[in-house]
Ligand binder design. Structure first.
Ligand SMILES: CCCCCCCC/C=C\CCCCCCCCC/C=C/C(=O)SCCNC(=O)CCNC(=O)[C@H](O)C(C)(C)COP(=O)(O)OP(=O)(O)OC[C@H]1O[C@@H](n2cnc3c(N)ncnc32)[C@H](O)[C@@H]1OP(=O)(O)O
Ligand SMILES: Cc1cc2nc3c(=O)[nH]c(=O)nc-3n(C[C@H](O)[C@H](O)[C@H](O)COP(=O)(O)OP(=O)(O)OC[C@H]3O[C@@H](n4cnc5c(N)ncnc54)[C@H](O)[C@@H]3O)c2cc1C
Length: 661
């Protein structure tokens, strides 16, 4: 049963919901990992909807940037007071969820506090440092950000220029931004809101540069909020989206902090200027791995937002005719519309399933690292590097398709899809630019193939074991596991092709760096295929583990959309494996699977259970009453406050008058 049906809803949408074959609450439990977690989301949405001061003061598209920041701060402050009665304060998921519900996706002054400021203190701070700052941060006595990227460098962390030079005589670090390009640039909440920051700076002791390390740095006076002497700080200006956040710039001039402000759980500087190395050279990068490990689920949910809007709207939008000339059809009945939307629904589910899996893997790694075992770091780095890149890219594509699927109204901010798009595609850049991260995964793939070449296949981890197989024929009776083999073939042959290209260039005498660059397009292709294979296999495993038979049936239908679409999409890589007859068969299976999923399309997006408040979309309203509300929305636009604007009285009217003879 679809739990979203209510009296007064658009009958077209009710019809869709009645045609669903499964219970949407049960599906939500599968999406969010348990009935309890899904139930908590519903309870929080319900509780928030009853608190007047948490409602939007006006639609976000009608707000200026200053109003967005003000509104985000107002709601953050109210939430801080109300949170203990609304959520489990120990639950990061509930904290993120309630902020997204109340404030939305456009960012706010505390958006990075929880995800990028607190975790480094908790994982890289010593026990004393945690005692000193963690409680203060958790109670929000201080607001923090994460300042790593600089004006001149974001991807290449080794070239960061900010320095933290140890001064033995005063037992302080002296922070400096020696050049214009060394200004910190981009950190969220830095511009106007944060008064503390984790700052990544090159640690210099006795004239030796030990590379980037994290420091706890106070930026603003805790009473006046004025920048402290030696600090230059401000907002970097409007962005493509995410304008409720104050991304900022930051410079230091001989700014001193105590030795105890370097986060010293892993690397240490002793009072006499000794340097103690961390147990793994890249342990300081683990905050980024944490965020990347959360991005697949987060992006899957961005895609889910856009699809909820587009699928619901496509069910109430009637345009053109099929057989019956007496009534126009729902645009959702067009095969092209289904082909545009349904594979993305499948991807959203796949990303979320994968995302919860990588969050679990990260949590396990964290425990291992805290116990001194860093052996899993390279694997998770490779996996999350690829996953964040593929998922953000495909999410962007899916959201843009969802916008176009809504025709003209998709282009209006009333759909809210452009904001979802703008925020989501930021993910292609932040936490590691996608090409750069694909190349990180490629290093891992090349190393794995070199192990095979050196006769060490048995040392390969489970995620890359397929690289050593030798599949060259596929059974035509294609089930999920055969599709997986097709994908393995594609990923494997591309990984070998890219590696062999790199090796050939090396053997021709080219330097390692040049050879890598000349092979890099092929290498990124290998990384994408490897990651898409991982997503597919996680999806298959996840569906296999579902117990509720009605839910399982529809998930198998969705999986069929996914695997057939994915294999069609990589046709060029499987030409040596599949005949054109086999490709035709797969193409037809895709069309059949689109038809099969059609009656459940609305129920599948309803199952994401994204409230109207969170969706902030006139087109995507749960009740489907779009047209009257679009008219209401347009009338409430501030431009319509007056019938005659100054633009007319001051310029257009005199121009027209002058033109009259
Ligand atoms: C209170 C509120 C609650 C929250 C409410 C939220 C509400 C949400 C509302 C809306 C949602 C909105 C969502 C939007 C949020 C926006 C947030 C944006 C936040 C963004 C933050 C940032 O971007 S922070 C900055 C990130 N920067 C980067 O990622 C930089 C990328 N570069 C790098 O990581 C490195 O430079 C790179 C890895 C590319 C290379 O490093 P380098 O040292 O040069 O190493 P290299 O020589 O290439 O490799 C050597 C060796 O090391 C291995 N390695 C590298 N990294 C790792 C690692 N992390 N772990 C393990 N190993 C690693 C690498 O593989 C190599 O190995 P070998 O090949 O030699 O074996
Ligand atoms: C919305 C948003 C929020 C952000 N929040 C924060 C934050 O809170 N804190 C923070 O510290 N930073 C933040 N950032 C910064 C972000 O992390 C960086 O922008 C990102 O890491 C990319 O680095 P870059 O800007 O230097 O890109 P560049 O590296 O300059 O990328 C430009 C181009 O060069 C290519 N390129 C670069 N290096 C290579 C290479 N080795 N091989 C092949 N191609 C290459 C890239 O693929 C890309 O096409 C944020 C950015 C955004 C957009």
């Amino acid at each position: 049963m679809n739990q979203s049906i209510k009296p007064g809803d658009n009958p077209d949408l009710t019809e869709e919901r009645l045609s669903g074959t499964f219970d949407t609450n049960s599906m939500a439990a599968v999406i969010y990992g348990s009935d309890k977690l899904a139930q908590r989301r519903r309870e929080i949405s319900e509780a928030v909807s009853r608190i007047p001061e948490l409602q939007d003061s006006k639609p976000c598209p009608f707000m200026t940037r200053e109003e967005k920041i003000l509104e985000g701060s107002r709601k953050s402050a109210i939430l801080n007071r109300l949170l203990p009665g609304l959520i489990d304060l120990d639950s990061f998921e509930e904290t993120v969820f309630i902020h997204q519900e109340v404030i939305g996706i456009e960012g706010h002054p505390l958006a990075l506090h929880e995800s990028l400021f607190i975790p480094p203190i908790a994982t890289q701070g010593t026990d004393e440092q945690q005692k000193k700052w963690l409680g203060r941060a958790q109670r929000r006595e201080i607001i923090g950000c994460y300042a790593q990227t600089e004006l001149g460098h974001g991807s290449n962390l080794r070239a960061l220029e900010t320095t933290a030079t140890f001064d033995i005589s005063s037992q302080e670090f002296i922070l400096n931004s020696p050049t214009i390009t060394s200004l910190k640039w981009w950190p969220g909440a830095l511009g106007k809101s944060a008064n503390w920051s984790i700052v990544i700076a090159n640690l210099i002791v006795h004239d030796k540069n030990h590379g980037p390390h994290p420091f706890m740095v106070q930026l603003r006076d805790e009473k006046s909020h004025e920048p402290l002497p030696g600090i230059t700080v401000g907002d970097i200006g409007p962005k493509m989206a995410f304008n409720g956040a104050d991304n900022g710039f930051l410079g230091f001039e001989n700014y001193r902090i105590p030795r105890e402000n370097m986060l010293m759980r892993h690397s240490k500087v002793t009072p006499d200027g000794g340097y103690i190395r961390p147990p793994h050279a890249k342990i300081g990068y683990s905050g980024m791995v944490r965020v990347r490990s959360r991005m697949a689920a987060e992006q899957g949910l961005f895609l889910a937002h856009a699809l909820t809007i587009a699928v619901r709207y496509s069910a109430i939008r009637r345009q053109g005719y099929l057989e019956d000339r007496s009534r126009e059809v729902k645009v959702l009945d067009y095969q092209t519309q289904q082909h545009r939307l349904f594979p993305s629904i499948a991807r959203a589910y796949a990303f979320i399933f994968c995302g919860f899996e990588t969050i679990r893997l990260y949590d396990q790694l964290l425990i291992d690292v805290q116990n001194g075992n860093t052996s899993g770091m390279a694997d998770l780095h490779a996996l999350t590097s690829g996953l964040k890149s593929v998922v953000t890219h495909q999410t962007g594509e899916g959201i843009e398709q969802a916008r176009m699927a809504c025709g003209g109204h998709g282009y209006s901010m009333a759909s809210y899809i452009s904001e979802i798009y703008g925020v989501a595609i930021g993910g292609c850049t932040y936490e590691g630019e996608n090409m750069v991260m694909l190349l990180q995964l490629a290093r891992y793939l090349v190393k794995s193939i070199e192990m095979i070449q050196n006769g060490k296949s048995k040392n390969l981890g489970p995620m890359v074991a397929y690289l050593a197989a030798n599949e060259s024929e596929i059974d035509l009776n294609l089930g999920p596991n055969e599709y997986l083999k097709v994908f393995q073939y594609a990923a494997r042959s591309q990984a070998w092709r890219a590696t062999e290209k790199f090796q050939k260039l090396r053997n021709s005498g080219m330097s390692k760096e040049q050879a890598w660059n000349q092979a890099s397009v092929e290498l990124t292709r290998a990384s994408r295929l490897h990651t898409r294979l991982y997503i597919m296999s996680t999806f298959i495993n996840h569906v296999g583990s579902v117990v509720d038979q009605k839910i399982k049936k529809v998930l198998i239908d969705l999986l069929n959309v996914h695997i057939t679409y994915e294999v069609m999409d990589i046709g060029i890589y499987v030409q040596g494996l599949l005949s054109s007859d086999q490709m035709d068969l797969i193409r037809n299976q895709l069309y059949v699977s689109l038809e099969t999923i059609r009656p459940n399309a609305v129920s599948l997006v309803d199952s994401f259970q994204i409230s109207d408040m969170q969706l902030r979309s006139v087109l995507g309203r749960r009740d489907g009453n779009v047209y009257e509300n679009l008219f209401k929305w347009a009338k409430s636009c501030p431009l319509n406050d007056k019938d005659v604007l100054e633009s007319v009285t001051k310029y257009l009217k005199p121009m027209m008058d002058k033109s009259k003879l």
